[in-house]
Design a protein around this ligand. Structure first.
Ligand code: ADP
Ligand code: ZN
Length: 511
C-alpha cells in the first residue's frame, strides 16, 4: 500500500500533515471509530479524503448542506479524487449509483435525510464501503447549536455495516456535545481526538454597541484587507453595505434574499479580492475557501460561542494577523432571552447555558482567548497578549459590598424574585409589590443609594455569570454555590467597568 505521506504529496500536494491530521488518519486507516474535533481551517476534509483515496471501496460522507457538498465535490475532483454527490438537485443520480456499484468512487456525499432511508441502505449493500465520514457531526446533538433530527436516524445505517469504520468530524463542540456525538454515533471515548482550538493570529476585540454604522465604518477604515461583516438581518446587511460603500472600499452584500446569481457573483468577487468588504448574514462563509480573509466583524451578538468561534475562524486561515471585532448590545441578550421562551422545554436549559457563556465572553474583563479556549475544554494561559483585554486591561472596580447586599436581599426575599424586584427593595422603592409583600420592612430595604444603585443590575448579571446567583425556572434569583464565599467575606468581587459609551452625536447613528 502506498505510504500516507506519498499520497499526501502526490494527490493533495501538501508536504506535511497539520496538527492532529496524522493521528486521526492513522486511526481511520486502522479501522478504528474516531471523532475528530478540529477548528475551522484545521483541515478536516483531508482526514477522510486521504483514507478514501488509499482504502479499497467507497467512503460515504454525510454532510448537512447541498451547497457544502458541491463545494467539497469540486475540491475533491480538482485533485483527481473520484467523487460524486447524491442529492435531489443532481441529475446524474443513475450514473452515480452505477459508479458506486462498480467501485468507481472514492467518495460519495449524501445528506442525512437520504442516508437514513431504506433505499440508501440497500444501495450501500451493493457496493464496497471503506469508511463513513460524518461531517458537521455536532448536528447529532440536541445540546449542540445546530441540531438536525435526521442525524439521529443514521445510527441504524452505521450499525448495519458495523465493520466499516466511522469518522465523526466537527469544529464546534463543547464537552456536552462531544459526549453526545460519541454516544449517538457509537464511538468509544478513546476514539475522541481534539485539536487545539487556539488561533493565535486572530486578535479578538469585543465592545458594546454605540452607533453600529459608525463603529463598523471606523473599524473598516482602520483595517486593511478583505473581510466579512456579519449583520443581524437582511435589511441591516443592505443598509450597512450601502453606508460602507460610501467610503470607497469595494463592498458587496450577501444574504439569502438575493438572487442566486447575484450571491454567486458577489461571493466569487470576494474570493478574488484583496480589499473587499462583504456585508453578510451568517448564510455567508460556510465552505468558502479564502485563506486571506483579514477580518470578521459582527454587528450583533452571534448565536453561541461555537458560532462566534466558527464565524471569526474564517479570518486569517493563512496564519497571518487577522482581526475579529464584535459589537454587542444588551438588547441582543434581551431578544435572545425572549427566544428562549419559544423553544421546546427540554432545550431551554441548554440554550440558557449557551447564552450565559456568551454573556461571560462579552462582559469579561479578562483574556477573551482564555475564555474561548476554556469553553472548548482547554487550559490556556491567563493572558494571550493578543486580545483587547490583554492589550488594554479595563479598569476594575471592587463591588464586594454591593454584591453582599444584593445576595442578602435575594436571600431575605425568599429566593424567588427577579432582579427588578430585588433592585426595588435594595434602592428603597415603596412600590405596590414591595409594600404588599412587606419587603419595605426588611433590613435590606433601601440600603443601596447613590452611585451604587445603577450598578445593581450589572452586579446581578456578573453574579449570575459567576454562579454566585442562579435562576429558578421562573426566572427568579436564588443563591448559587459561589454565594457563600462572598457573603462571608472570603472572596472579593470586582467587575470590569465597561468602556464609557460614546457621546450623543454618535448615538444618533444607532440602528
Ligand atoms: P476545515 O474543514 O477543517 O475547515 P478544510 O478541510 O476546508 O478545513 O481545510 C482548510 C484548508 O487547509 C484548505 O485550503 C486545505 O486545502 C488546507 N489544508 C488541509 N490540510 C493541509 C495540510 N496538511 N497542509 C497544508 N494545507 C492543508
Ligand atoms: Zn488575551
Amino acid at each position: 500500500m502506498a505510504d500516507l505521506l506519498d499520497t499526501l504529496k502526490t494527490t493533495f500536494g501538501f508536504s506535511a500533515f497539520r496538527g492532529v491530521q496524522h493521528q486521526v488518519i492513522d486511526r481511520v486507516m486502522a479501522g478504528q471509530r474516531t471523532a475528530a474535533i478540529m477548528p475551522t481551517g484545521a483541515g478536516k476534509s483531508l482526514c477522510y479524503q486521504l483514507p478514501a483515496v488509499m482504502l479499497p471501496g467507497t467512503c460515504v460522507v454525510i454532510s448537512p448542506l447541498i451547497a457544502l457538498m458541491h463545494d467539497q465535490l469540486r475540491a475533491a475532483e480538482a485533485v483527481g479524487i473520484k467523487a460524486a454527490t447524491l442529492t435531489s438537485v443532481d441529475t446524474n443520480q443513475a450514473e452515480t449509483i452505477a459508479r458506486f456499484k462498480s467501485g468507481d468512487l472514492n467518495l460519495l456525499y449524501a445528506a442525512p435525510e437520504r442516508a437514513s432511508g431504506d433505499g440508501f441502505r440497500d444501495l450501500l449493500s451493493q457496493g464496497k464501503l471503506s469508511l463513513f465520514a460524518i461531517d458537521e457531526a455536532h448536528c447529532v446533538s440536541e445540546w449542540g447549536h445546530d441540531f438536525r433530527p435526521d442525524y439521529r436516524l443514521l445510527r441504524p445505517l452505521f450499525d448495519r455495516f458495523s465493520s466499516v469504520p466511522r469518522l465523526a468530524l466537527t469544529a464546534t463542540a463543547d464537552e456536552h456535545t462531544r459526549a453526545d456525538i460519541l454516544t449517538q454515533l457509537g464511538i468509544s471515548e478513546d476514539g475522541l481526538i481534539v485539536a487545539g482550538f487556539d488561533r493565535p493570529n486572530i486578535r479578538y476585540n469585543i465592545a458594546p454597541r454605540a452607533g453600529t454604522t459608525r463603529q463598523i465604518s471606523d473599524f473598516v477604515a482602520e483595517t486593511p484587507g478583505a473581510g466579512i461583516i456579519y449583520a443581524q438581518t437582511r435589511a441591516q446587511t443592505e443598509k450597512l453595505a450601502a453606508q460602507l460603500a460610501l467610503n470607497g472600499r469595494p463592498t458587496r452584500a450577501y444574504h439569502a434574499g438575493l438572487e442566486a446569481s447575484v450571491r454567486a457573483a458577489n461571493q466569487a468577487a470576494f474570493v478574488k479580492s484583496e480589499d473587499m468588504v462583504m456585508v453578510a448574514t451568517i448564510a455567508f462563509g460556510m465552505g468558502i475557501d479564502k485563506p486571506d480573509v483579514r477580518f470578521v466583524a459582527h454587528a450583533g451578538l452571534p448565536k453561541s460561542i461555537e458560532a462566534y468561534y466558527q464565524e471569526t475562524g474564517r479570518a486569517g486561515r493563512d496564519g497571518d494577523p487577522a482581526a475579529a471585532q464584535l459589537f454587542w448590545g444588551a438588547d441582543d441578550f434581551a431578544r435572545a432571552r425572549i427566544r428562549l421562551s419559544e423553544i421546546p422545554e427540554d432545550r431551554i436549559a441548554g440554550e440558557r447555558t449557551r447564552l450565559s457563556a456568551l454573556a461571560n465572553l462579552v462582559e469579561t474583563g479578562t483574556c477573551r482567548r482564555a475564555v474561548l479556549l476554556r469553553h472548548f475544554g482547554e487550559s490556556p494561559p491567563d493572558n494571550c497578549g493578543n486580545c483587547d483585554n490583554c492589550l488594554n486591561p479595563p479598569a476594575r472596580t471592587n463591588l464586594t459590598e454591593l454584591a453582599r447586599k444584593l445576595l442578602s436581599a435575594v436571600y431575605r426575599t425568599g429566593q424567588m424574585f427577579g432582579v427588578g424586584h430585588i433592585e426595588a427593595v435594595l434602592t428603597g422603592q415603596s412600590n405596590e409589590k414591595v409594600l404588599k409583600l412587606g419587603h419595605d420592612r426588611l433590613s435590606v430595604f433601601g440600603i443601596v443609594t447613590g452611585d451604587e444603585a445603577e450598578m445593581v443590575k450589572p452586579v446581578a448579571r456578573a453574579l449570575l455569570l459567576r454562579d454566585a446567583l442562579g435562576q429558578t425556572e421562573h426566572g427568579g434569583l436564588e443563591l448559587g454555590p459561589e454565594a457563600r464565599a462572598i457573603l462571608k467575606g472570603e472572596a472579593e468581587f470586582a467587575i470590569a467597568i465597561p468602556p464609557r459609551r460614546e457621546g450623543k452625536r454618535r448615538r444618533s447613528n444607532d440602528q
